[in-house]
Design a protein around this ligand. Structure first.
Ligand code: SAH
Ligand code: SF4
Ligand code: F3S
Length: 485
């Protein structure tokens, strides 16, 4: 999932999702206790931390950005690659000193690593007091209370129903302009390399009415952009009948069925001034209907994150992605046919998957030449215990080869990103101003519809404004522009 580092479009290899983390902001609403959360991994995790903060707020905690000041420290963790877990282990060891000084402080490990390792984490990391998986956050206040009384606790129950639909998130990740809305949880896809189905459980879709309500409330508070989140948004499906049966929503009406295309349209209708984005799309599931809805609404951003993983059909089969090279290329030409060249397309790529030959790696490079992704998140394969690939296929590509193949992918992506950005130069584009540029406080930055960062020359505008910008220059990672109106 993308957008973790907003100012950098090309993120190289193993560092992409593992090393970057977000912390909580300072919030003073007069609560007695202080909570510090550090969130690793994907946008779903960042979004979950907002739910956690909300649950803890109800139980007497304000968030703080200084862990020295905290009564409770949570690390919301990621297991996607080995490096992601090693980063968290290292971080935990840094907290040893502060735990010695403040033995009453509670330290919790949340998220995917908690779910994967369960009780083992308490044995391996002595300073940890609570271990809580992604579906058990409602139990956090209770577990923290027990920890304060001296009993360590673990809850890694995975639910088939939990969507936290009723919880109003504390917006930790937000600049007051853009916000995440989780529309579904879990994943049923079982890609052979991937730990997510084991750490996040079965796929379930959130009640569309609660999603629309959240989008509306955000818009009323002044937000200008929402990103609908799920591991696989195109398989979003909610049916009133099923929810009635499960007694999840007693008010659910008759036979209403809502698909992702329907939901996207409903969110787009909240207001033409509310930009709508979504992530992640699975190539096997993205429908023409979704593409036509995108075309019909100016406020649905023309950008699709469509991870291919490999350009070779045999490797895709081993990965259990359930599409082949031809299918993927057909989806891309449909996107181009319906939404045109301006639609941004990005991808995730894995180099050196089990038994990948040099020719098969070349297929990934040649697919990139055909599609010309705007940017990509690129990794080398990291075997994850318990996954289908770990059980069935030897991790037989030497690390040196994986790294070399990854570098070739990164180098090619950099050329394509530059080529794609050069096409924007000279164009007039609508940009939403999101904040001050990292490079200089004199410069503002925003994003265009295709999700590209645009750095703006000084001008008369404010954060949250939609402005028309003339793109004047670019690097492989960034566009530069000046305000027209
Ligand atoms: N649901 C999204 C992906 C979520 S994980 C999808 O299906 O596209 C984000 C990315 O991490 C994946 O797309 C994949 O490229 C990468 N990834 C997942 N497991 C990995 C592993 N074991 N080794 C290396 N990269 C991995
Ligand atoms: Fe993992 Fe595949 Fe699910 Fe994405 S679709 S989260 S890669 S199992
Ligand atoms: Fe990581 Fe879990 Fe997200 S493994 S990528 S935090 S779903």
């Amino acid at each position: 999932m993308d957008n973790i580092i907003k100012d950098i479009d090309i993120i190289s290899g193993e560092d992409a999702q593992a090393c970057d983390y977000k912390t909580t902001v300072n919030e003073f609403t007069g609560k007695n206790k202080k909570l510090y959360i550090e969130s690793y991994g994907c946008q779903m995790n960042f979004s979950d931390s907002e739910i956690v903060a909300s649950i803890m707020k109800e139980n007497g905690y304000d968030t703080t950005s200084d862990f020295n000041d905290a009564d409770v420290i949570f690390l919301n963790t990621c297991s996607i690659r080995e490096k992601a877990e090693l980063t968290v282990r290292k971080r935990l060891s840094q907290f040893n000193t502060i735990k010695k000084q403040k033995p009453d402080m509670t330290i919790g490990v949340l998220g995917c690593m908690a779910e994967r390792l369960k009780e083992k984490l308490l044995e391996e990391e002595r300073l940890v007091d609570v271990v809580v998986g992604p579906d058990a956050y409602r139990d956090l206040p209770n577990l923290v209370l027990q920890a304060e009384e001296g009993t360590k606790g673990v809850n890694t129950f995975l639910s088939r129903e939990e969507t936290y639909a009723d919880i109003s998130p504390v917006r930790l990740n937000s600049n007051g302009i853009s916000a995440y809305i989780s529309i579904m949880r879990g994943c049923d896809n079982m890609c052979s390399f991937c730990v997510v189905p084991f750490t996040r459980g079965r796929e379930r879709s959130r009640d569309p009415h609660s999603i629309i309500k959240e989008a509306r409330e955000l818009f009323e508070k002044g937000y200008k952009e929402v990103t609908l989140l799920g591991q696989n948004v195109d398989s979003y499906k909610w049916s009133a009948e099923e929810n009635n049966k499960a007694r999840l929503n007693k008010k659910a009406k008759g036979t209403e069925i809502v698909t992702f295309a329907n939901l996207l349209e409903m969110v787009a209708q909240v207001s033409p001034s509310l930009r709508v984005r979504f992530s992640t799309s699975h190539p096997k599931d993205i429908t023409d209907e979704v593409l036509y809805v995108m075309k019909s609404y100016d406020n649905i951003c023309k950008y699709i994150h469509l991870p291919v993983q490999s350009g070779n059909s045999r490797v895709l089969e081993l990965m259990n992605r359930t599409y082949d090279r031809e299918w993927y290329l057909e989806r891309v030409s449909k996107i181009r046919q319906i939404l045109g060249e301006e639609c941004g397309i990005s991808s995730d790529m894995i180099a050196g998957f089990c038994s990948e030959t040099e020719e098969e790696h070349q297929d990934t490079l040649s697919l990139m030449d055909i599609v010309k992704f705007d940017f990509s998140y690129m990794f080398y394969y990291s075997e994850r215990p318990g996954t289908l690939a770990a059980k069935k296929f030897p991790d037989d590509i030497p690390l040196e080869t994986k790294k070399r193949r990854l570098q070739e992918i990164i180098d090619k992506q950099s050329i394509h990103s530059h080529e794609r950005n050069l096409l924007d130069v000279g164009q007039l584009q609508e940009v939403l101003i999101e904040g001050v540029s990292k490079r200089s406080t004199q410069q503002y930055k925003g994003r265009n519809s295709a999700n590209k960062v645009v750095i703006l020359a000084e001008g008369n505008y404010n954060i949250g404004d939609y402005i028309t910008v003339k793109i004047t220059d670019c690097t492989p990672a960034t566009l530069f522009g000046e305000i027209v109106s």
